[in-house]
Design a protein around this ligand. Structure first.
Ligand code: ASP
Length: 329
């Protein structure tokens, strides 16, 4: 019997993303970054790489792309610093690794993977995570490695409005509907630039990875959903691999990533039905804005979001690569 082949999906965040926000050159650069991360992952999957290694490599590439809110492009906290949250999970044995509030790690996804491979703990925070990083041979970078003029402007705007979140210019378009379902969700003028990847490899194993700078102007050591297993990241070969992006407080409370997997395992839902229910009913019903990407062992891919846009790219073996930003590509 032939296997379903590999599948890979990645995202660069969801939110109030509209064509009018971009110059043609910016849009081209963003699409190119998504496509090149996709090509990297597809190349590895074609060679038979493990899903875990693939999602790490793809997220590392996205952490190097300054237009996304992860790695080098991470947003500012209320004190003008950068604190990064990351999680990774392997579907074959439910092994997981995560770090939160790290300030000196250029590729935190690789540190999360080191936590997973070490196996003693799942989630390490702040200074302790960085002590572990040094023991593992990671180089620490200065926090200003993450400084970026555009992000700095967004931070000043957020401070002025005493808000947190990744702010865009407000406009009248306050609600949106899913192209797939027509259901609506509140869409405040926020953009969530977290990155993530999910993969089904040629051996039929799944993995998920998510990495973020969190939300602009976040305070008091705030941790979002990204490093929380079952909220911003989840992988289980018995159901699916999920990476989420959006307003983390809602994603934590709705246990978004695990809810998709649980609906498949316990209620026999398809990947598409489970993901749509979570994004358009559970999450939207609470007022949570954002989306997710997910794959299952049959190499199905879904990318639902209840915001205006989500940076995303995906490819199934034997099919052409896809890159999209808005509801209609
Ligand atoms: N989910 C992330 C957080 O709340 C933000 C994002 O997706 O951009 O930290």
């Amino acid at each position: 019997m032939s296997t379903p082949g590999f599948a890979l999906a990645l995202h660069g965040g969801a939110g109030t993303i509209k064509k009018s926000h971009f110059s043609p050159a910016q849009e081209k650069r963003t699409r190119a970054a998504l496509r090149s991360a996709l090509e990297l992952g597809v190349g590895l999957l074609t060679q038979g790489a493990d899903a875990l290694d693939v999602v790490e490599a793809v997220v590392r590439a996205l952490e190097d792309a300054p237009m996304f809110n992860a790695g080098v492009g991470s947003v500012y906290t209320d004190t003008g610093r950068h604190e990064l949250d990351v999680g990774i999970m392997r579907g074959s044995d439910l092994a997981a690794g995560a770090v939160c509030g790290v300030q000196h790690i250029a590729h935190p996804i690789s540190l999360a993977k080191a936590v997973l491979l070490d196996g003693r703990h799942v989630l390490l925070g702040g200074e302790g995570a960085e002590r572990f990083a040094q023991m593992q041979g990671f180089n620490l970078v200065s926090n200003d490695y993450f400084d970026h003029a555009e992000r700095h402007k967004q931070w000043l705007l957020a401070k002025e409005r005493a808000e947190f979140g990744h702010l865009e210019t407000p406009d009248a378009d306050a609600s949106t509907s899913s192209a797939a379902t027509g259901r609506t969700a509140a869409a405040p003028d926020k953009k969530f630039g977290t990155v993530g990847a999910v993969a089904c490899d040629l051996h039929g194993h799944l993995a998920a990875a998510t990495s973020t700078g969190g939300m602009t102007n976040k305070r008091w050591g705030r941790i979002g959903d990204t490093p929380i297993v079952g909220a911003g990241v989840y992988a289980d070969d018995r159901s699916c691999a999920v990476s989420a992006t959006g307003h983390g407080e809602y994603f934590i409370r709705a246990c978004v990533a695990h809810d998709v997997a649980a609906r498949m395992r316990y209620a026999g839902r398809s990947l598409a039905a489970a993901a749509d229910e979570v994004v358009f009913q559970e999450l939207a019903g609470m007022g949570g804005v954002g989306g997710l990407i997910a794959v299952d062992k049959q190499a199905n891919i879904v990318l639902p979001f209840n915001s205006l846009g989500m940076y995303r790219a995906w490819q199934k073996q034997g099919e052409p690569p896809q890159v999209a930003i808005y509801q209609k590509q």
